[in-house]
Design a protein around this ligand. Sequence first.
Ligand code: C5P
Length: 297
Amino acid sequence: MIRIEAPAKINLFLEVTGDRPDGYHDLATLFAKVSLADGLTLKKTGKPGVSLRVVNKANLKPLKTGDNIVYKAAMAFFEAFKIDPSAEITLVKKIPVGAGLGGGSSDAAAALKGLCLLYGVNADKNIKKLMAAALALGSDVPFFLTRGAFSAGRGRGELLTPVKTKGRLPVIILVYPGVPVYTGPVYKALKPVAAAEAAGNIKKLNALIKALEAGESLKDWGSLLFNRLEEPVLPRYEAVRRAKGDLVKAGAPAVLMSGSGASVFALAEDRSSAGKISKIIKKSNRKVFLVDFLLKS
Ligand code: C5P
């Protein structure tokens, strides 16, 4: 039996650099894995097929097994490696869904990694095949296959460059405002980004990466955080807008929406100031998680 964790991510930076002929958008983003995680256990059963049990500790709506990305990832694994499907997978879901935290993508990557271990497939030697399967499952899945905790992502998010951070990293106050936001409509609602503006923002992204690699403190790079997708989301989702506003009012030094939302995060220098902020912004339908950046996975 294999047990594997599927961490959430936040995007410290996300600029949209263009439309693509395949309907997706080109991005310049900075992904970071965090310590909120789903859990997967995988077993060989000897019976044909893949069975999936979900223990739902988040806001996952009941899905047909075939629609779950973990099931799709498992089938993609068996197909890619020409193995007869035979596995039982349990998913303990803790990462909110429709949250911009990459939960489903991370689950899919964990299923691919877990099945490699279970079936003795060398993931390093087969990384090209695994990355292709990952990208077919979703734009964020390749990032979760990487070992590093921070990566810059271009293309749909699959052209990854690892970022090695130095020094002590801030504590994260992660807020799920209680309503999901789905990714497709967010990109549809996005107005074209002026090329000059995107170019200026990429300079900021490079400065942010440099600051993290140099081990600079939050006050030196907090103002560089940026997410273009706030533009289509904040005006349309009051709950997201309020979560962001409340974090700013609570005095958090850096506040940003993650991915296509709905989560908003704040960074704080230490656990005690993070604790104070989290107390202030806890409201009945919000979920607040105090989490850390991961250093590797
Ligand atoms: O790849 P994924 O399934 O996560 O993407 C969900 C939707 O988000 C896509 O159907 C597309 O509309 C949009 N998207 C995009 N460009 C990206 C990633 C996602 O347009 N780089």
